[in-house]
Ligand binder design. Sequence first.
Ligand SMILES: Cc1cc2nc3c(=O)[nH]c(=O)nc-3n(C[C@H](O)[C@H](O)[C@H](O)COP(=O)(O)O)c2cc1C
Length: 199
Amino acid sequence: MERFDNPDKFLHDAWHLLIKAAIKRKGDYQKPSVATVDSEGFARQRVIVLREVDFQQRQLTFFTDARSRKVEELSNHPHLSCLFWDERKKVQIRMNAQVILEQGSARCRQYWDRLPVQGRSSYAALSAPGTPQQTDNVPLPNHWHDEMDLQETAYAFEHFMVITCQVYSADLLHLHHEGHQRAQFAYQDGAWAGSWVAP
Ligand SMILES: Cc1cc2nc3c(=O)[nH]c(=O)nc-3n(C[C@H](O)[C@H](O)[C@H](O)COP(=O)(O)O)c2cc1C
């Protein structure tokens, strides 16, 4: 990527890289590492697919199984940190956000209705993610297959959770052969305020 002329352009373009990844449903920026804090204060990370991005609202949207450990952690400490890196673009994007956990709402239903059988399988397991088991079998019902009637997957909606992240700070790094660029931002009093920092 070209070097950025100013921090605001850097922030604007970073958000748009994320928007593009979510819309196209591909690329490194679509699979960030997302960190939560566990009950002992340790960071726990995992890769999660970025589903939707809203620059005006400063929101990132993820889906998860409501029974997963990250949800318990987010219930206790409703903040997360997202790390995005694209090897080709050479731009690292870190964002911190407050989260809203949503289950069973009309908005959840809208997302759910758009998911095919295969997409729904992530929420359809008979046991909660992380439950010890005797074998490596995926704990889906016996009748589960990709061409099944969507109606038969309806029960899994109760496990489907939407995580909305309200981003309040960002740290951007651009690796460039003419000199690396880094900028930090915080959302304050209704606007983003940011500046270059030493990389
Ligand atoms: C490429 C990739 C995409 C993933 N997408 C999701 C996702 O969208 N939502 C999700 O909850 N877990 C997703 N996972 C699984 C998580 O990384 C993690 O293993 C799982 O959610 C359990 O995490 P937890 O114990 O911290 O809750 C994905 C994993 C990979 C490797």
